[in-house]
Write a protein that binds this ligand. Structure first.
Ligand SMILES: Nc1nc2c(ncn2[C@@H]2O[C@H](COP(=O)(O)OP(=O)(O)OP(=O)(O)O)[C@@H](O)[C@H]2O)c(=O)[nH]1
Length: 411
């Protein structure tokens, strides 16, 4: 799906329809209490036995005790998720209507203006001077490096600008702006495919399989918030969504996710046991998505592991367990735009272990250092697909290179 195609005419009807459908699904298999499984966390179930006592709810529900971890290898794990009965008066909360995504990136202008003089404006200030001296070129270079553009892309841009100034000359500010805009755009690379793959596929047996989006990144970068915002975007687009709260490290993360989902009628598969096996939750979420005929399953993860080997183990296991049921459509790496070089180091590690297909750059509203967009794309060789522009529920925008560069060059 291309978010830029998001239909401005989307209003409450599809949202309400999705919400009602979610509520109906929740009541399809009522049980009096959540299933309880008291087996120890690391004991693999006997062949084909349930993997985890995870629960599905579209609002915070009674804690479900979590069963054992999903065996990484071994017998196939069969349907495991129990559904909680939702009391009638709670089952139909008022649903919100997410804002259309078209044009959201325009908000970047005002957010960037609040967080200081954007990179493009500072560059333009130097480039518009009469007769550029070597000191001016040094200043341009320093500005780019301080904005986290990275050494390689900075050299490229300076070289391209020097050539254009030499060949064309810069007559006035307007021309300087046009040249800078063109060169910044080339650096951000409008040719990269930024489509977010969220279309269901058909399995070998002909069955419909939801698109599965795995969201990874270190803690605090905004993963859970991004999953919640993305669910809203998808619902606005008319897709049915299931959330998987595989960030089992922080119990509140599941509550947070469930709250995001319930606001737009999207169910959340979760465990309330701290430290439950994240792969078990991810597995159950995907199975719930298949069973309910969902279009997309979004899986939130913890990313707290201190070393690369641990991270590789955990993400590897989650991936293997998910792909027993459905292929991964996207692995989105969430990065905090304000963390600069540190964020790049994280990106490198996740890029190596997680097979990242797209980057979500959050907190772009909190920095005028837009250069991180360029640096991280170069570092990982994958495009920035979405950007976070604030803490509001609809502050997630599809990344559009032109709108981004225009935001940087605002006067
Ligand atoms: N300003 C701003 N804040 C954001 C943005 N995205 C997320 N946040 C905030 O960042 C904080 C951390 O977000 P979470 O979604 O909890 O981060 P997380 O990566 O899931 O964290 P863990 O669950 O601890 O791993 C929250 O206060 C969010 O509101 C954004 O685009 N802009």
């Amino acid at each position: 799906m291309d978010f830029n195609d998001l239909l401005p005419y989307l209003v409450g009807v599809p949202v309400l329809a999705a919400g009602v459908a979610a509520a109906v699904r929740l009541r399809r298999r009522p049980t009096d209490t959540p299933r309880t499984d008291t087996r120890p966390a690391e004991t693999p179930p006997a062949g084909g036995a349930p993997a985890a006592g995870t629960a599905v709810a579209d609002r915070p529900a009674a804690p479900a005790d979590t069963g054992p971890a999903v065996p990484d290898e071994g017998p196939e794990v069969t349907g495991t998720t129990d559904l909680l009965e939702v009391p009638e008066d709670l089952a139909t909360p008022p649903l919100e209507t997410p804002a259309p995504t078209a044009g959201r990136l325009r908000r970047l202008r005002e957010r960037l203006a609040r967080s200081g003089s954007p990179l493009g404006t500072r560059l333009l200030g130097v480039l518009s001077r009469d007769q550029l001296t070597e000191d001016d070129w040094d200043e341009l270079e320093e500005t780019l490096l301080l904005a986290d553009v990275g050494a390689g892309p900075t050299d490229e841009l300076i070289e391209a600008l020097r050539t254009r100034v030499r060949v064309e000359g810069l007559r006035d500010g307007e021309q300087a702006r046009a040249v800078l805009r063109e060169q910044l755009l080339a650096l951000v690379d409008p040719t990269l495919d930024r489509t977010l793959h969220t279309t269901p596929t058909t399995g070998e047996d002909g069955a419909r399989v939801p698109a599965v989006v795995l969201v990874v990144g270190v803690n605090g970068t905004g993963k859970t918030t991004t999953v919640g915002k993305l669910a809203r975007v998808l619902v606005a687009d008319g897709s049915s969504v299931v959330l998987g709260a595989a960030d089992t490290f922080r119990a509140a993360a599941a509550d947070q996710l469930e709250t995001w989902g319930s606001r737009v009628g999207v169910p959340t598969v979760r465990s309330d046991r701290d430290g439950a096996d994240p792969a078990a939750v991810a597995f159950d979420a995907v199975r719930a998505g298949v069973r309910d005929g969902a279009d997309v399953v979004l899986v939130d993860t913890a990313g707290r592991l201190q070393n690369k080997a641990g991270l590789m183990d955990e993400l590897g296991k989650i991936t293997r367990v998910i792909t027993r049921t459905a292929p991964l459509s996207e692995v989105l790496l969430v990065l905090d735009a304000t963390t600069g070089q540190n964020g790049l180091n994280q990106a490198r590690v996740f890029g190596e272990v997680a097979g990242v297909t797209g980057i979500v750059l959050t907190k772009l509203d909190g920095t005028a250092k837009g250069g991180i967009v360029v640096a991280v794309q170069r570092e990982l060789g994958v495009p920035v697909k979405l950007v976070g522009l604030g803490e509001g529920p609809d502050d997630l925008a599809p990344f559009d290179p032109e709108a981004f560069v225009d935001g940087l060059l605002q006067s």
